[in-house]
Design a protein around this ligand. Sequence first.
Ligand SMILES: [Fe+2]
Ligand SMILES: [Fe+2]
Length: 151
Amino acid sequence: MNEPIVAVAWDDCHRIGLDEIDREHEWIVNDFNTMINEFRTVTDRRLIEKIFDGFVNATVSHFAHEEASMIQYGFDDVETHRNSHALYCGHLARLRIKVYAGIDVTDALLDFFTSWTTIHITKTDQKFGDFLKARKLTDPQVKILTATTTW
Ligand SMILES: [Fe+2]
Ligand SMILES: [Fe+2]
């Protein structure tokens, strides 16, 4: 039996300083690690599709939540950020086609998620955290009103 792997370890460098967003990011990182380990052991294709779709839904929900909070707080670079999310969604949609064709996407997913966590969260999302901090809109003042998922 293979030892469980930690594909991406949640780390303080991933925090942008906004509790609700940080909580979602941490949840997604943990969900991703669980998914990668399940992909190594689960053989039922329907179950793999379900696990993958759960990850995609959480990701899309997070993106929508983050974009809504950016609009809510007047972030000045929402369009660029939205485009970046759209690229990740497109990537996930292409991987989903492969998952449903029974193709192993583990390596591609590891590349995808490493890019998301090391480039997008720690740099692109961080710009939003910096924007809020510069305006002293840090927790607990900031309460995002549009959450659609219980994290
Ligand atoms: Fe983002
Ligand atoms: Fe994010």
